[in-house]
Design a protein around this ligand. Structure first.
Ligand code: KIV
Ligand code: ZN
Length: 517
């Protein structure tokens, strides 16, 4: 099988929608998952792990919708080793052009004894049974020994050999708890190549967690000894400290092709947009000094560095901003720009809006251009993010007037449209944000708890738009809402209302009777 492939081509398997979504608070709704999947496909990701279909109806529907929408990338669904999991994954993946069932089972002594409470012989048999069952539904089966990096070598070799015999085409070795170090992890992968007799019949993959900050280093060390699939996520999102960051893997391979002569199908110019989309949807901000996608990753502050870069960019720049799709000094449009130019700009930025959404976005763009000296691409992206998928919202923001300052009391006068009816109230609170949120609660009473309130400036300058994320939690389920505006409080109200609308959709799906305010 391997002989038909370019031997240096590394398959990029993105698990933002599955392992990424497992981060507490990073939950995404179906429409958001579809947007991310489409963005991953456009950027050239080979495999998109869309979710864990047996986990919930929502997960099933999301995997099913992604399977329907994605045509070029393989779509994977995760399944434990049991029949119910595998059949559910197969069902969800039915519409996929290239479906993959990814089934896994713990193999480390610790996991077998305490988590599975099974003997190694039982585990080994279940590996064979689960892969055999999965192969009934698709030729493309991936098998993972969970906690693989802490599994005894003899047992790991035996399970891997049996999984391949049973029909697994990809063998993925996870460093589930982020415990491995690069030389040791590379040695583990090399050991499999040396000892598993049928290893050439499968692609060896790695899935590294970042608990010690070594996920990318471990993944690249594994590639150097023969692994040809890397599992990763945008912005390194994932359980606990996250997974290997896709953008770091891609840019390390691209920038250091001299030391690591491996190729991928990912267009690195899509990285910035992907990072931004995932951060906006999940509310997980990217730290400023994060490699590749942090706000400072291409900023040169010190005079010596600036001088060097001006004389010759490579003095301090090992990658160009353009190579990750960052185009900083792009003052794009002003208040005289017309609807045509706006639509063309949106297309350029990767947005295709329907007529109504386009009209709303254009109106808001005009308002913004009136208030703000320079309108950047980032401003337009934030504004459109704030419009997408809101057509069916029950609650709509209309206007807000806030009185704030050191003397108090802080008050908020708010108008919302709820189910088509204009409602108005005035509320006070402990600060202007509290007053604003109290006003929303007065107009639409609810019990959800505020879990996150986060403000980011979209660009530089005091006239920058604020992009606010609000996370609400109800009955153990959380949703993230976003809002953007040059007025931070308006952005906050919009974000809260967005989160509330998403909560209503969630409620509707789980308990139709609970739909009244
Ligand atoms: O970290 C892990 O072990 C996993 C497996 C399901 C591959 O996410
Ligand atoms: Zn994982």
């Amino acid at each position: 099988m391997n002989s038909q492939r370019d031997k240096n081509r590394v398959i990029i398997f993105d698990t933002t929608l599955r392992d990424g979504e497992q981060s507490p608070g990073a939950s995404m709704n179906l429409e958001e998952k579809l947007r991310i999947a489409q963005m991953l496909e456009e950027m050239g990701v080979d495999v998109i792990e869309a979710g864990f279909p047996v986990a919930s109806n929502g997960d099933f529907e999301a995997v099913n919708a992604v399977a329907r929408a994605i045509k070029n990338s393989t779509v994977a669904g995760l399944a434990r080793a049991g029949r119910a999991d595998i059949e559910r994954a197969a069902d969800a993946l039915k519409p996929a052009v290239r479906p993959r069932i990814h089934t896994f089972l713990s193999t480390s002594p610790l996991h077998m004894k305490y988590k599975l409470q099974m003997e190694p012989e039982q585990v080994h048999q279940l590996v064979i049974d689960s892969v055999t069952l999965a192969r009934r539904f698709t030729d493309d089966v991936e098998w993972s020994p969970e906690d693989g990096s802490r599994t005894e070598h003899d047992f790991l070799c035996r399970c891997v050999e049996s999984a391949i015999k049973a029909g697994a085409r990809t063998i993925n070795i996870p460093d589930t708890v982020g415990y491995a170090v690069p030389a040791e992890f590379a040695a583990l992968i090399a050991m499999l190549f040396n000892r598993v007799p049928n290893i050439d019949q499968a692609i060896v993959s790695v899935h590294c967690h970042n608990d010690l900050g070594l996920a990318v280093a471990n993944s690249l060390a594994a590639v150097a000894v023969g692994a040809r699939q890397v599992e990763c996520t945008i912005n390194g999102l994932g359980e606990r400290a996250g997974n290997a960051a896709l953008e770091e893997i891609i840019m390390a391979l691209r920038t250091r092709a001299d030391a690591m002569p491996y190729t991928t199908g990912v267009k690195s110019e899509h990285i910035t947009k992907a990072s931004r989309l995932v951060s906006t949807i999940t509310g997980f901000v990217v730290q400023p000094n994060k490699a590749i996608v942090g706000a400072n990753a291409f900023a040169h502050e010190s005079g010596i560095h600036q001088d060097g870069v001006l004389k010759h960019a490579q003095t301090y720049e090992i990658m160009t901003p353009e190579s990750v799709g960052l185009n900083r000094s792009n003052i794009v449009m002003g208040k005289h720009s017309g609807r045509h130019a706006f639509r063309a700009k949106l297309k350029d930025l990767g947005f295709e809006l329907g007529d109504n959404a386009l009209n709303d976005a254009f109106r808001r763009f005009k308002d913004l251009a009136d208030k703000k000296k320079h309108v950047y691409d980032e401003d337009i992206v934030a504004l459109v993010d704030d419009e997408i998928g809101r057509a069916n919202d029950r609650i709509r923001f209309v206007s807000l007037q806030v009185v704030c300052g050191s003397k108090g009391p802080q008050t908020a006068e708010l108008e919302l449209e709820i189910d088509g009816q204009a409602l108005h109230t005035k509320a006070s609170g402990d600060g202007p944000v509290d007053a604003t949120f109290n006003a929303i609660k007065a107009l639409f009473p609810h019990e959800a708890t505020l879990r996150l309130f986060q403000v980011n400036a979209v660009t530089e300058g005091t006239d920058a738009q604020a992009e606010v994320t609000v996370r609400l939690e109800e009955s153990g389920k959380s949703v993230n809402g976003q809002g953007a505006d040059t007025d931070t409080l308006v952005a906050s109200a919009r974000a809260y209302v967005h989160a509330l609308n998403k909560l209503l959709v969630k409620r509707e799906k789980t308990a139709p009777a609970a739909m009244t305010a």
